[in-house]
Design a protein around this ligand. Structure first.
Ligand code: NAD
Length: 310
């Protein structure tokens, strides 16, 4: 049984990943600091092949023996927060990765796990035309994506100099039940169900690629199982919608008008106009996303209604 040390496994995407990995028979040690974004409703704590350690990746002092992969999801992940105060982003997203690299380096070479690092399509910055491939330059535009790009640079440096083994995956925008309702779609559903208007930055015409968290995690596990050490993989859906169109899909499903549901607020500084990545490298490993946003929205709303007792 392969042993994974998953960090941030109580977070939105991490919790889908832990659940999937446990079901596939991996042994999972979940290290999570339990920030505000950690889920309290997961049901995998009692599984036999699972243990939990409440710890900060930036200060943890060792990696247990026999770990095959450190799968690093742990991060501060909300762009808006990074614009107002960046210290936690610096500490977790850069300091945490630095600490993990040093902990791997300190281990005997025969017991060094591979670092499987979860990054973001945001590290490329705006895709003015076409889609970024893994060979393209990193040009992050906001404080969050800058910390994610910095972490990748540390990994490249430690790999080249110290022989640390690593794989990096850059995922696009995830959606699904369990996401902390600061993120666009979860926030839209919760606001509207609570009778509040949803706020949209600017005119909302900036484009994002959307992927269901379960599809993303299947992609990540495919790369972990079949991908090549030392490589970077984009993990995305090719399903591109502007922010306003994605929000409008929810508004329409709830039977509301735009006037009833939405209010526009000033755009946020550093807003990228479009994210788009080419994920043919990951798809060549035999993976493809199965769900579309439009198909998932009715379930999405029902799950949040249940959560809110409506
Ligand atoms: N959400 C997205 O759409 C998206 C897209 C691409 C990449 N990513 C990346 O995927 C990863 C997970 O994103 P998410 O949306 O699930 O995040 P999240 O904010 O929902 O969860 C983050 C989890 O990490 C934990 N954590 C934070 N700092 C920690 C630390 N220093 N030590 C230990 N645990 C810590 C939190 O308690 C939480 O459980 C992040 O690295 C993010 O950059 C997210």
């Amino acid at each position: 049984m392969k042993k994974l040390l998953v960090t941030g496994g109580l977070g939105f995407i991490g919790s889908y990943f832990v659940d999937m990995a446990l079901k596939r028979g991996y042994y999972v040690i979940n290290v999570d600091k339990m920030t505000y974004a950690a889920r309290t409703d997961v049901d995998f704590h009692e599984r036999d092949n699972y243990e939990f350690i409440e710890e900060d990746i930036a200060t943890m002092s060792h990696i247990p023996p026999g770990v095959d992969y450190v799968v690093n999801f742990a991060a501060e992940s909300h762009v808006d927060n990074s614009i107002h105060a960046n210290e936690a982003f610096y500490n977790s997203n850069i300091g945490g990765v630095y600490n993990i690299l040093e902990l791997i380096r300190a281990k005997d070479e025969t017991d060094r796990p591979i670092l499987f690092h979860i990054s973001t399509d945001e590290v490329y910055g705006t895709a003015h035309a076409g889609s970024f491939t893994e060979e393209d330059k990193l040009l992050p535009s906001n404080p969050y994506s800058a910390t994610k790009a910095a972490a990748e640079q540390l990994i490249f440096g430690w790999r080249h100099t110290h022989g640390i083994k690593a794989i990096i995956c850059r995922s696009c925008n995830n959606y699904g039940f369990g996401q902390y309702p600061e993120k666009l779609l979860a926030k839209t559903i919760e606001f509207l169900l609570n009778g509040k208007k949803m706020t949209v930055h600017g005119d909302g015409t900036y484009l994002r690629e959307w992927i269901y968290a379960e599809d993303n995690c299947e992609g990540l596990l495919t790369v972990l199982e079949k991908g090549e050490e030392g490589q970077v993989y984009n993990v995305s859906s090719g399903e591109e919608h502007s922010v306003i169109d994605a929000v409008k899909m929810i508004v329409a499903e709830m039977g509301m008008t735009e006037e009833e549901a939405l209010v526009h607020i000033p755009n946020r500084p550093g807003q990228d106009l479009r994210y788009s990545v080419d994920c043919s490298k990951a798809r060549a490993l035999g993976w493809a996303p199965k769900t579309t946003l439009k198909e998932y929205i009715p379930t999405y709303i029902e799950l949040y209604k249940k959560k809110l007792g409506l």
